[in-house]
Design a protein around this ligand. Structure first.
Ligand SMILES: C[S@@+](CC[C@H](N)C(=O)[O-])C[C@H]1O[C@@H](n2cnc3c(N)ncnc32)[C@H](O)[C@@H]1O
Length: 321
């Protein structure tokens, strides 16, 4: 027969004292034995050889977890006809985005808040922004912005204390993710389009809770980066789907000025889609790059979880440094 569990096990006082001292010693020693980092190990994600301070891209485990949650809730695969998809729309307000815009324009126009409080709802925000029309201003999925961030940040082992400049940030589809990750005041952008700037400032920053990050977003189309300050040099400068829309001559002017603002050794310029401004002048291109002090490193094909196609990114650094 098994004996009943002992209720009160008696331990000699000396043994108790020795165990307590050992535990205390272990407790004091443990921090110095752990790898030196201010973050818990579970927040560190490898990016090449470098460690990033937070996990940037989802791991295979994360994606498996996501699949398990979809499965656990018996959610069907997304239907492939708009009719079937919309038939899933139920609830108290099964109205489409354009119908909701109609309501907003008819009844309120701005938001449900009547009082001017000490928050962003004080700022008039057009109904078009509230139904997020600007998420499709530049085509492609809005979610692709996260994807670009998850590619670029590890590519330069970005740290929150780094400085980032985006040329043509549009409605902040990509920018919001950098702004969230970086320290306050460490993200800047030059953007020419008024509607995009209104969407970025009146809707995206407040709705994402990012006003405290104080990004410097300036209106302009002349590649004048002097307005961002004279002393700063950037760890990352990127242009996502921008340079292909700008006349070659202006791109070269911009590149020369950007090279001047790029941090030596670590700093990188990334340009997406194509570098036709370079290809169009053929063998003159390497000489011209050299003249402005820029070195071409190579290109990356970036396939993604969120985007519906791959992208090509061209990487540059300060020449010879
Ligand atoms: C295709 S959109 C891409 C927007 C954003 N980078 C994204 O990926 O969502 C191109 C952006 O470049 C901006 N742009 C075009 N020419 C510009 C210029 N000369 N200076 C600044 N921005 C410019 C446009 O206004 C637009 O917002």
């Amino acid at each position: 027969m098994a004996s009943p569990p002992a209720k009160g096990v008696k331990v000699p006082a000396l043994v108790l004292l020795a165990s307590a001292s050992a535990a205390l010693l272990l407790f004091l020693l443990l921090p110095s034995l752990a790898p030196s980092s201010s973050c818990p190990a579970s927040y560190l994600a490898a990016a090449g050889d470098q460690q990033m301070p937070y996990q940037i891209a989802p791991s295979a485990d994360d994606v498996n977890w996501l699949r398990s949650q979809i499965h656990m809730n018996s959610l069907p695969d997304p239907s492939n006809t708009p009719g079937a998809w919309h038939s899933l729309r139920k609830g108290i307000n099964p109205r489409t985005r354009s119908q909701q815009l109609e309501d907003l324009l008819k009844f309120k126009g701005i938001s449900h808040y009547e009082d001017a409080g000490l928050n962003h709802t004080e700022l008039p925000c057009p109904g078009e922004l509230l139904v997020e029309e600007h998420h499709s201003n530049y085509g492609e999925p809005w979610a692709g912005g996260r994807d670009v961030f998850e590619f670029l940040a590890p590519a330069v082992s970005l740290q929150p204390s780094d400085l980032v400049l985006e040329v043509g940030c549009g409605t902040l589809r990509v920018g919001v993710h950098f702004i969230r990750y970086l320290d306050p005041g460490h993200f800047s952008c030059l953007e020419r389009d008024e509607l995009s700037l209104i969407a970025a400032l009146r809707y995206e920053l407040p709705s994402q809770g990012l006003l405290h990050k104080r990004p410097l977003i300036l209106k302009g189309d002349d590649m004048d980066f002097s307005r961002f300050g004279v002393d700063n040099s950037y760890d990352l400068i990127y242009a996502s789907a921008v340079f292909l829309h700008i006349p070659d001559q202006l791109v070269w002017v911009g590149l020369e000025r950007l090279t001047f603002k790029l941090k030596p050794i670590k700093g990188r310029i990334f340009i997406s889609h194509n570098i036709k401004f370079c290809w169009r002048i053929k063998e003159e291109c390497p000489r011209r790059l050299e003249r402005i002090g820029l070195g071409y490193i190579g290109n990356h094909t970036h396939d993604s979880l969120l985007f519906n196609h791959y992208e090509i990114w061209y990487e540059f650094r300060k020449h010879g440094k």
